[in-house]
Design a binder for this molecule. Structure first.
Ligand code: FAD
Length: 396
């Protein structure tokens, strides 16, 4: 295993860096750096910029219009984007649904939906979780009953991220209530404008309506919107989750967050000295930096294995746990660094439409701290990941 970058990879990094320098507007990166929401339009614009360069679908095979980058190229791109404070690529259509359609969809589904994901005509959201089905996803109850050329869907999804922007939702629905839990589930594509769908926002701890409840009341879905075979949806759902967990370590995000907290700690003071010189603060900062370096090395090791054809297994659970702990630690340290400025509850700061209390870097700090409690819950909670690690590594 060679952890050094080849000359070709270094040239690729330079190409990505100069693309970002030329195409990422300063006001956009400034918003991302300060943690201000970009809204639907902001994300769509950035997607269009990447799509014009052929870099939006960098994980897709070329035959579907993707860049088909290898694991190292993807890592370099993600690292450079995080360092430049580029907007994150919204994953639901591009990195979750698309791989499922490419592997299990019909030719008609591929020809119809994939170009619309690239062009931005469709904004997808993920309808997996339900009030009684999160970690125990297979206990989901939303029901789809065949009626001629349609399924009639009734039930409720929840925690649907950015569902308020979406015109399509991919859903796990129960088509056979008699079968064993995992065997009676199907994967349906549902047009959000169909009569009978209600989207209700859930306001999170940070005051933003980032997630939603989605209700289905006799929603008629054409049978051609079924992906793969009826009652085989669990297989496709699991395949999708392996893609949801790419870039799970979030090394670039943590690195950018660490740089930001260092900048703040050079400005803020404690006992008349820059905070960064305070021994307790410096020790905690150093510990996070050491943890991040260790994780980045593990991440590179796994990327290097992936580049030589080995699929990551339990390692992605290890990266999820460690990566999210590090990001939450950075949020906590940043909150402490801005001190009393993190006290006022000013969720509007995330929208960027009011003057922050204190310096501008302090505005969204508290909101981020609260919002990022989610990191250890979604994408498979950290407790569930620890269970997987224990089972695989320790035979528990
Ligand atoms: C901000 C946010 C965005 C989300 N976006 C989406 C989305 O777009 N689409 C979607 O479908 N879902 C989404 N989710 C849902 C997410 O996948 C679930 O929240 C997650 O799977 C946990 O399920 P739950 O919330 O029902 O908690 P539960 O499963 O009820 O768990 C409650 C607690 O018990 C622990 N626990 C549960 N089972 C075990 C076990 N076997 N061993 C040890 N501990 C256990 C959990 O770790 C957790 O701490 C989102 C969640 C959040 C917070």
């Amino acid at each position: 295993m060679d952890l050094n970058y080849s000359d070709e990879e270094k040239a690729f990094r330079a190409e990505v860096r100069s693309f970002l320098a030329e195409n990422l507007p300063a006001e956009v990166s400034d918003k991302v750096r300060r943690g201000i929401s970009l809204g639907k339009e902001g994300h769509e614009k950035w997607h269009a910029t990447l799509n014009a360069r052929g870099w939006l679908a960098y994980n897709w095979p070329r035959e579907f219009g993707g860049a088909e980058w290898n694991a190292v190229q993807r890592h370099i791109f993600e690292e450079e984007c995080a360092a430049a404070y580029a907007p994150r690529i919204v994953p639901f259509g591009l990195s979750m649904l698309a791989p499922v359609l490419q592997k299990f969809g019909t030719k008609e589904q591929q020809d119809h939906y994939l170009p619309r994901i690239l062009s931005g005509d469709d904004w997808w959201c993920q309808g997996y979780s339900e009030p009684g089905a999160g970690s125990d996803l297979a206990s989901l109850k939303t029901r789809a009953v065949r009626d001629g050329d349609h399924y009639v869907v009734n039930g409720q999804k929840t925690w649907t991220t950015l569902g308020q922007y979406a015109n399509w939702i991919f859903c796990l629905v129960r088509t056979d209530p008699e079968a064993k839990q995992q065997e009676g589930i199907s994967f349906l594509l549902i047009d959000m404008t169909t009569p009978g769908i209600t989207v209700r926002p859930i306001v999170l701890l940070d005051g933003t309506p980032e997630v939603n409840e989605v209700f289905f009341d006799d929603v008629r879905v054409p049978v051609e919107n079924l992906v793969g075979e009826e009652n085989k949806g669990w297989t496709y759902a699991k395949y999708l989750l392996t893609h949801e967990r790419t870039n799970i370590a979030g090394v670039g995000f943590s690195q950018a967050g660490l740089d930001a907290v260092k900048r703040i700690a050079r400005i803020e003071t404690a006992n008349g000295r820059p905070l960064i010189e305070n021994p307790h603060f410096a020790a905690r900062l150093a510990q996070i930096e050491i943890d991040l370096m260790a994780m980045a090395t593990t991440n590179m090791r796994i990327i290097s294995q992936a580049a030589s054809g080995q699929a990551p297994g339990v390692e992605s659970s290890m990266l999820k746990v460690k990566g999210t702990i590090i990001r939450q630690e950075i949020n906590d340290l940043t909150r402490r660094a801005v001190g009393p400025y993190a006290m006022p509850f000013a969720s509007e700061a995330v929208e960027g439409d009011n003057a922050p209390i204190g310096p501008d870097y302090a505005g969204p700090v508290a909101a981020h701290y609260f919002n990022n409690r989610k990191l250890s819950i979604f994408g498979g909670s950290n407790e569930i990941q620890r269970g997987i690690i224990a089972k695989v590594k320790m035979g528990g």
